[in-house]
Design a protein around this ligand. Structure first.
Ligand code: HMG
Length: 464
């Protein structure tokens, strides 16, 4: 049985900080953000928003767009790493909010959990729900998988340059108009790591930035190799002499903690895949330098990062490689459109990969390309750490779903925050009722109880 994504709803908060202004305020060259990291704006939540109401807003949008009633939904999963309760799952809050619109107990028949594994958990939720559908358990109903996060780092830290917020709701069923997942090829890798983590009670993560960059690349490469084995064994891709598996993946979407990570990851994966192929010799000749190798043959992350001579040569090699016509061709045709959304919005943690997919669909469609039958490959990464690589094929009904997609109109009119407003919100110095924007047709957080017997209970309101 087929299973895949039928439609996508997004909700992005309308407050933002401008990357160039922000860089200046932090004494950083604006070019580092705009060119080095690929960030122009970062979406920020208002005082009356939390990850649960972002998720409910995204669900409501996709349900309204498709005229769905709660009866059409069999499962509602929320994947997040911005959880605010150790026990009560975020999907229960979302159901509570949706029932304000659709009526009390209207979702009673529905099941679901909150999933956690940093940014990769949404991909595990998609996989589990696709298998629920494939197993014939859905009885004609849809699953909603919502990825929702607020990427928030300490003031003044290097992570502060890579923030963002938003939610994406994906509607899954057995006759998807948008993308049908390739079956039996989903591949994963996993390792106990401390590249990025957020201990209980801490609002912002502890991050080892350069370590996390390299670990991301290694983990995704490991998962891609496992995907390759499965795809060849399943016969969905057949390689001829001198070909790479990436030649058969029309579009690539990567987890995007910042937009340029997509380019970095693509370069790393392409180098790994092409290295053993005849085409590599020609590329090395063009670049004019041999590909550097680390001194320590064990190649642990610590030893690679500590090998400053290798790191600097490898950096130089990567820069030259990414300028070659061969790489530029892969970059422009397979990934560039997926990076636009991230540049406008920033890091959405669990939702970043799917914002990339959404962005690719919109901007490739605008080019007039017929996407039917094209294969999308997904490289998902979550710190801590695990990667997942999977793929799917764009379906004949895709045009109906994506013809009206427009990120700018879907976000709506945005308001730029001053540095003072941003810092007040970031440091929780502004009261909940001192919100900057008044949203229409959306859920907002109105209260968090403080009396002992109700401590932590949240109340939401639908601004109709
Ligand atoms: P950093 O040390 O501030 O920056 O850390 P950098 O020195 O690496 O510079 C960044 C880029 O800007 C480099 O480009 C510089 O050359 C360039 P690259 O060489 O890599 O192509 N640059 C400039 N370009 C033009 N003009 C200039 C200039 N200066 C520098 N003047 C880092 C950056 C991303 C590590 C930091 O922001 C950070 O720690 N962020 C948070 C962690 C993170 O995003 N890690 C990514 C991988 S792990 C992951 O994705 C998981 C995550 O999403 C969490 C989860 O799974 O839950 C984070």
């Amino acid at each position: 049985m087929a299973a895949g994504i039928d439609d996508i709803g997004i909700y992005i908060p309308r407050l933002y900080i401008d990357a160039a202004d922000f860089a200046k305020a932090r004494g950083v060259d604006p070019a580092k953000l705009v060119k080095g990291l690929g960030i122009s704006q970062m979406a920020m939540v208002d005082t009356n928003q939390d990850p649960a109401c972002l998720a409910a807003n995204a669900c409501l949008r996709v349900m309204k767009k498709n005229n769905l009633s709660p009866d059409d939904i069999g499962r509602l999963y929320v994947s997040t790493e911005s959880a605010f309760d150790e026990s009560k799952a975020m999907n229960s809050y979302v159901i509570g909010m949706l029932e304000q619109v659709y009526g009390s107990d209207s979702f009673e028949h529905c099941g679901g959990v909150e999933t956690k594994f940093a940014c990769v958990s949404g991909s595990y939720a998609l996989y589990d729900n696709a298998n629920w559908i494939r197993a014939g358990e859905a009885e004609g109903k849809n699953a909603l998988v919502v990825v929702s996060d607020i990427a928030k780092y300490d003031l003044g830290s290097s992570g502060e340059l890579t923030q963002g917020a938003g939610a994406i709701a994906m509607l899954l069923n057995d006759n998807p108009r948008l993308l049908s997942f390739d079956s039996k090829v989903t591949a994963t890798s996993i390792k106990d790591e401390y590249d990025f983590y957020r201990p209980f009670g801490k609002e912002t993560p502890i991050v080892h930035g350069q370590y996390s960059n390299l670990l991301y690349l290694i983990q995704v490469k490991t998962a891609l190799m496992a995907y390759k084995k499965k795809a060849l064994a399943q016969g969905i891709i057949k390689l001829k002499e001198g070909e790479s598996i990436l030649d058969y993946i029309d579009y690539i979407c990567m987890h995007l903690p910042y937009s340029n990570m997509g380019k970095k990851a693509l370069a790393y994966l392409v180098r790994h895949e092409w290295r053993g192929l005849p085409r590599w010799k020609k590329i090395i000749e063009k670049i004019g330098m041999e590909e550097p190798v680390p001194k320590d043959p064990r190649g642990t992350i610590e030893s690679v990062l500590g090998d400053t001579e290798f790191m600097s040569k490898d950096h130089e090699f990567t820069k030259l490689f990414t300028k070659t016509e061969e790489f530029q061709d892969v970059y422009e045709s397979k990934i560039a459109s997926s990076l636009i959304g991230s540049t406008m919005i920033g890091n959405l943690y669990t939702a970043s990969l799917y914002l990339g997919f959404r962005s690719s669909l919109e901007f490739e469609f605008q080019k007039g390309i017929d996407l039917e039958g094209k294969r999308y490959g997904f490289g998902s990464y979550g710190s801590g750490s695990s990667a997942m690589v999977f793929s799917g094929i764009i379906q004949p009904g895709y045009k109906e779903v994506i013809k009206d997609m427009n990120l700018e109109t879907e976000i709506g009119p945005r308001k730029k925050l001053s540095l003072e407003e941003y810092e007040e919100i970031h440091e929780n110095k502004r009261s909940r009722t001192d919100n900057i924007l008044d949203g229409k047709e959306e859920f907002v957080l109105v209260d968090i109880k403080t009396i002992p017997e109700q401590r932590g209970e949240r109340r939401y309101h639908f601004n109709g």
